[in-house]
Design a protein around this ligand. Sequence first.
Ligand SMILES: Cc1ncc(COP(=O)(O)O)c(C=O)c1O
Length: 394
Amino acid sequence: MTDVAERLEELRESGLRRRLRLVEGPQGPRVTLDERQVLLLCSNNYLGLAEHPLVREAAAEAALRWGAGAGAARLISGNMEPHRQLEERLAAFKGYESALLFGSGYLANVGVISALAGRDSVVFSDELNHASIVDGCRLARAETFVYRHADVEHLAWGLREAAGHGSLIVTDGVFSMDGDVAPLAELVELARRHDCRLMVDEAHATGALGPGGRGSVAAAGLADEVDLVVGTLGKALGSYGAYVCANAELTEYLLNTARSFIFSTAAPPPALAAAQAALELLEAEPERVDRLGANAAALRDGLAAEGLASGPSETQIVPLQVGEAEPTMALCERLLELGVFAQGVRPPTVPTGSSRLRFSVMATHEPQELREAARLAGAAARELGIGGPTLLAA
Ligand SMILES: Cc1ncc(COP(=O)(O)O)c(C=O)c1O
């Protein structure tokens, strides 16, 4: 047995071995998965824009006009009209002076954090931040202080200990596996008091929270106070790619120093045109955001009626925490047999002992099908004898 085969076997034994499932057709509310029709409850295509006809057309037209790829990094020859246009639109949408596109949210987080946090400084990161933030902190040669989830007292203590060496506080706006919202007003306060920059990752907040889906920072009325907002084009905006919004000085600095920006091919024009069309639809039809919120509430209420707890979720991300990996995956498989696809999420994506089904709702679901999905989740949990204090509502 090779060392790799051994490691794969260990993963299988601990219930952590993953495999790809094949989805046929676009990411709509219902899909064919491994040849079976299911209700899709784990896509981040929150507003149903990935399959919208105008978004598809924009991508197709851009492919015909600009070509399939950008051909080089932005600083070489890859800087094209679609990049400039979308950056202007995104900055205006988020209420910032300037925006800079990256290849993906992962690349944006890794690039921005490692560019801003110097060797002698300290970065402060919420313990439940996305893996791309964790990796950005690792890549920055700064010290990282991981504060307890949303615990501003713990963060304040860390900032005092850092005695002026703090450079950056970084947080998810909406936490990707729990669906709760960061305490942004307190974070702004602490950042100002300790002369640190504040960076908020709005991957799951854009299109879901705030006026017209402008995100968690806009929802809290803090666009002038948060130094950097990262967002992705791959979730509510239905495409692929990412951006950071900041003042012009900061984006120019990132353009000169963020290695994942400098040393990576520019995002392809069809993806950018699709995101721009999605952004225009979002601006024209803000009711999509309201529908998403109402659908999320319908699912949470349905789960509660089944006696299932969805934790601290306030958004379209609704976790059903089971605990161990194996029962989580058993529940996932049983629900699939019943026609509902909610992916089981295990370590290292979530902390050990907190494996869960992560439901993510779309604006294009019908409330009735969400209530039925909740009923099936309750039936499947009871059938499998899965319970425990985190899963069962008090
Ligand atoms: C909070 C958060 N930030 C960043 C990312 C990465 O974005 P992308 O998928 O565009 O790489 C994700 C998810 O993928 C995420 O959940």
